[in-house]
Design a protein around this ligand. Structure first.
Ligand code: ATP
Length: 231
């Protein structure tokens, strides 16, 4: 019935604007040069642990690091191939469409405006999290999103003092806490440790090796996808 559907929509809008009972939206950003099984596995487990919608968000010009080897469109093609045949992980290309440096704070502010009070979670590997104080307007990230820190092998636990102070009052252990408020908490997500990095994969491909089981199978369907890394 049309009236019922309108009421349903109204209810969903109210629930969304209050953030009540809505699945959190989690963002997993990176260069994905190339996307590998480490990324997919931790993103998948985070989605399960948080019961969240997870979006992989490739960065256009990463402010903190040398430019990627593969172009933006090549990285998107690899992500699309990697994300086939599953429903938990999605792709969000807004940072590529915006162009210029990919400042996470700008992306999260934009998402906050779109999503009302829905809990937002910024997913970051433990190595990237330790470097957070070098990010543009990093303190403001906690005003707009929660942070989910993904364990990563070989990363020392020590955090810089200013980050330590920032997270001291924000740490929570229970994922349910994240659902009650839109932003501001920090949670460690103990995902299965996988010692896979894009750097290592680029080295292997450049050396003529074929790291088949470190990469999603879809990346081997089309020889063009990994061509940027082969010499
Ligand atoms: P590179 O070796 O080029 O630095 P990377 O493998 O670290 O690449 P990025 O695209 O830079 O991949 O990482 C995106 C995000 O994924 C970062 O938050 C990073 O910490 C996280 N990440 C990447 N690989 C893993 C892994 N194996 N386990 C946990 N987190 C990971």
């Amino acid at each position: 019935m049309a009236g019922g559907r309108t009421a349903d929509r109204r209810h969903r809008r109210t629930a969304r604007s209050q953030g009540a009972g809505v699945k959190p939206l989690a963002i997993f950003g990176g260069t994905f040069d190339p996307v590998h099984l480490g990324h997919l596995s931790v993103a998948w487990e985070a989605s399960e642990l948080l019961d969240a919608e997870v979006r992989l968000m490739p960065a256009s010009v990463p402010p903190h690091r040398p430019p990627p080897i593969a172009s933006a469109s090549q990285r998107v093609a690899m992500l699309r191939a990697a994300l086939q045949n599953q429903a938990r992980l999605a792709l969000d290309t807004r940072e590529l469409e915006r162009g210029g440096p990919s400042y996470t704070i700008d992306t999260l502010v934009e998402l906050r405006m779109e999503q009302g009070e829905r809990p937002l979670v910024l997913l970051i590997g433990a190595d990237a999290f330790a470097g957070l104080p070098s990010w543009h307007r990093w303190r403001e990230l906690f005003d707009v999103a929660h942070v989910g820190v993904l364990s990563r092998p070989g990363v020392a636990a020590a955090l810089p003092d200013d980050l330590q102070r920032m997270v001291a009052q924000r740490r929570v252990d229970d994922v349910a806490t994240l659902r009650g408020v839109p932003a501001g908490k920090v949670i460690e997500l103990a995902v299965t440790p996988l010692e896979i990095s894009a750097t290592r994969i680029r080295e292997l491909l450049a050396a003529g090796r074929d790291p088949r089981y470190l990469l999603p199978a879809g990346l081997f369907d089309d020889a063009e996808l990994l061509a940027p890394y082969r010499h």
